[in-house]
Design a protein around this ligand. Sequence first.
Ligand code: CMP
Length: 137
Amino acid sequence: MEQTLVIIKPDAVKRKLIGKILQRYERAEFTIRAIKIIQLSENRAKEFYSVHQEKPFYNDLVAFMASGPCVPLIIEAEDAVMRNRELMGATNYKEAKEGTIRREFATSIQENCVHGSDSAENSHKEIRFFFTESELV
Ligand code: CMP
């Protein structure tokens, strides 16, 4: 079994899509191991996305991620990292496959409703960024 981190981003929370997105994960047989609703400060958003700090979209991304509440969650399944990336679809929703979360709900490359860790190594770091051991069931 593998765990990975998902963030339901501020655009999806504002649009009241938390329930619909969680339903996608449950339907796809992921187990939710931890979940919370928080608002990231600009500094925490900068830290989380620091790998993108040289990218032209970095400042906008940080402002967007700090613009309202988001919902980090830890999901578990076999091959969770890869299966989550399939379920989310491509970063650019226009390139995402039919039936994926981003294809169905995203409205722009930035406002793409969900984040998912891109590797097992990053999933450990990202899980630790949001959750302590005692918050996992
Ligand atoms: P995410 O998978 O969370 O990783 C980085 C985020 O940057 C991405 O989703 C988008 O929300 C945002 N972003 C904004 N513009 C771009 C872009 N041109 N390419 C990739 N990601 C972008």
